[in-house]
Design a protein around this ligand. Sequence first.
Ligand code: SF4
Length: 384
Amino acid sequence: MTVAENTGVRKIAENMLGADWMDIYEKVEAGQRLSYEEGVRIALSPNLGGMGWLANLVREKRHGAKAYYVRNQHINYTNICNKFCKFCSFYAKKGGPAPYEMSLQTVRERLLQHMDVPITEVHMVGGINPRLPYQYYLDLLRTVKETRPGVHIKAFTMVEIVEIQRQAGKPLAETLQELKEAGLDSLPGGGIEILSERVHSELFDRKLDGEGWMDVARAVAEAGLTQYATMLYGHIETPQERVEHLVRLRELQDETGHFITMTPLAFHPEGTELEHIPHTTGYNDLRSIALCRLMLDNFSHIKSFWIMNTPQVTQTALWYGADDVDGTVHEYEITYKDDEPGNKRQVLTRPQMIRMIEEAGRIPVERDSLYREVGAEAAEPAAV
Ligand code: SF4
């Protein structure tokens, strides 16, 4: 007897979802793909509890009670950028952050500051800085690999890849191959925010458009690199555009199979041209996570990035579709702590991470960037 045929579970489903959602429940329970129209019905529904319950069915079928985390370090190598995206508070501007570009020595020093922590991943993204030559990117990757041998480097959005290729003056495939040889292991996937022509033209029209982003993603897959995916929500996008974004990524994943994780990212209006837009609420954050889990049947993992939606929401998200909480992080320059403007140091130590997950009733599992479980031999002093 399947769960769908089990009258007890069906009764719970009816109570949680209401009779008019039972068609969606049956498809989810049978592992069938939801259509765009069904996604829009979910995205428009106020029934957070029902949506979360359904997403949790999928999450637990795939991962049981496990909740993954990684020990990582973020390095944002420059905030000089010529794209001026309206939703961005990170790039250098008058009255905003002062411009910087990190020398290789600074990058090395940042890495050396955390040598006592067995970090397995270094995550690097930056602005589109036309002053940086191609050689800088190759040296950046080599510096990380030399300073922390064995770490996985997840770096460069699709937009950065286009700039790096422009600096290289070489075909994209050749550029990606050279970056790979210098140490690039995977790509974080950002840069498109929402695959909608309307949002692109209103908020970030100097950046690569959706088709261009997908073409670069295809080249990344052909180069044999793993990629992550993101969805920036809580700005001007509509529920329909969120679903369109997920359906287009799902189709691309059918084609390439190279995406590993989806991370919905809560928009932070502070310091952007969209400061009039209110901050996302926990309600909105949890709905976005549940929607991603329900629509992306060909993505293994859904991440709740605690820096963007708070550790409190992330704990709850582990029951709304998320199976991953990202990592211990250290410095993160893309957004600031809401209660401490200017503070870029954002850390959860390993014990704090474990406590956060266990308190939520899930089993913490340390992973590397490719979701291989990290053994206890990587344990570190309890305080870090
Ligand atoms: Fe530049 Fe990226 Fe910010 Fe856009 S989002 S302005 S590309 S740093």
